[in-house]
Design a protein around this ligand. Structure first.
Ligand code: NAP
Length: 339
């Protein structure tokens, strides 16, 4: 098999293609011939040495793939050789062959684009857990989606629209026109506007029912102040700590951590507000539920209710360009690697 390795922490240029023997599917596992491997913000952070969950280098990252089952291990029901699938991988996704527990795999419809399938699992599952599962978004609710032009943001936009919500999104100005075309009701340029003041203006001072915030740092406090009574804030990332160069992150990351607020339960109680944390990378032991959610998303994709928004695809040999695209926030939607 061919894989994209991170041999040491550093810039995108450290990414290297290497060959190794194909793995075999063990009990409860399937082997997938990969058509596409999704690139996530966490991969870029891992390469820079800023992602504590990642294994130490040399390592292969990658949380999601689309492809075709080519081997089925013992004790697997419901999946067969030749099935088109999408899957969550616990690292190792940047590979043209992966072995995955069957519970992290969902069959997709015949004829599905399997490169696009790689763009669904992480972004849509993250958005789905926050909006549909935990967020209980109802028709007429207002949802504030930070980084609306990113992979999670655009997935959240589709799910929120489907739930009948009014959507407000923050994004750099160059992405506003395309966000409007994807149905965003109100766009805020968080670089030049105070998003808190703008959200309160748009909602007549009432605030919103749900906020999705992976910006982190002081943004969590401002997002909290945007909540209407019974509103829910989802904290799921620390992008404010990101920097194009690792050397710069030692300045941005401590600042983002130092400005991250603490919410007191009594304060939450009296304000009738909720604060949730979500890290999909810590839900591996919930395989049954996650597999069910993934199957639900596969059905919605088949029925045309959701569709991954593709920014770009890069071959394994250009993995550095793929990482650069995300690291510099140039992407609108998902970036996928192809073997
Ligand atoms: N907790 C979880 O389970 C989980 C799962 C998936 C993702 N996440 C987190 O969610 C966030 C978004 O993920 P994603 O896959 O949607 O990422 P993405 O596709 O790379 O999009 C992120 C967007 O965030 C905006 N942004 C704001 N501040 C930024 C900064 N300092 N550096 C880079 N981009 C910045 C950029 O858009 P603008 O041009 O509009 O600024 C960028 O396009 C990331 O922080 C990621 O780690 C968390």
């Amino acid at each position: 098999m061919r894989q994209v390795w991170i041999p040491r922490f550093g810039g995108p240029e450290v990414l290297t293609v290497r060959e190794a023997d194909d793995p075999e599917a063990g009990p409860g596992e399937v082997r997938i011939r990969v058509a596409g491997a999704g690139v996530n913000f966490a991969d870029v952070s891992a390469r820079a040495g800023l992602y504590p969950d990642a294994p130490p280098p040399p390592m292969v990252v990658g949380y999601e793939v689309g492809g075709t089952v080519d081997q089925v291990g013992p004790d697997v029901d419901g999946l067969a050789v030749g099935d088109p699938v999408m899957a969550l991988t616990r690292f190792g996704g940047y590979s043209d062959v992966v072995v995955v527990p069957a519970g992290q795999v969902a069959r997709v419809h015949d004829g599905a684009d399997l490169v696009e399938a790689a763009a669904i699992p992480v972004a849509f599952l993250t958005a789905y857990v926050m909006l549909d599962h935990l967020g209980s978004v109802r028709p007429g609710d207002t949802v504030l989606i930070h980084s609306a032009g990113g992979g999670v943001g655009l997935s959240a936009l589709q799910l929120a629209k489907r739930l009948g919500a009014v959507t407000i999104g923050t994004a750099s100005a160059g992405k506003h026109q395309r966000l409007a075309e994807h149905g965003l009701d109100h766009a805020i340029d968080y670089r030049t506007e105070d998003f808190e003041a703008e959200v309160l203006r748009l909602t007549g001072g009432r605030g919103v029912e749900v906020v999705l915030d992976a910006q982190g740092g002081s943004s969590f406090r401002k997002s909290y102040r945007c909540l209407a009574p019974m509103g829910r804030l989802f904290c799921f990332g620390l992008a404010a700590g990101n920097a194009p160069k690792r050397s710069e992150a030692w300045r941005t990351l401590p600042k983002a951590l130092a400005t991250t607020p603490v919410f007191h339960p009594v304060q939450l109680m009296n304000a009738n507000k909720g604060v949730f944390g979500l890290n999909m990378g810590h839900l591996w032991d919930e395989g049954y539920r996650i597999g069910r959610f993934l199957t639900e998303l596969a059905g919605r994709w088949e029925r045309g209710e959701i569709a991954p928004v593709m920014d770009s695809t890069f071959p394994f040999t250009r993995a550095a360009d793929a990482h650069d695209q995300l690291g510099r926030a140039r992407n609108f939607g998902k970036v996928v690697l192809t073997p």
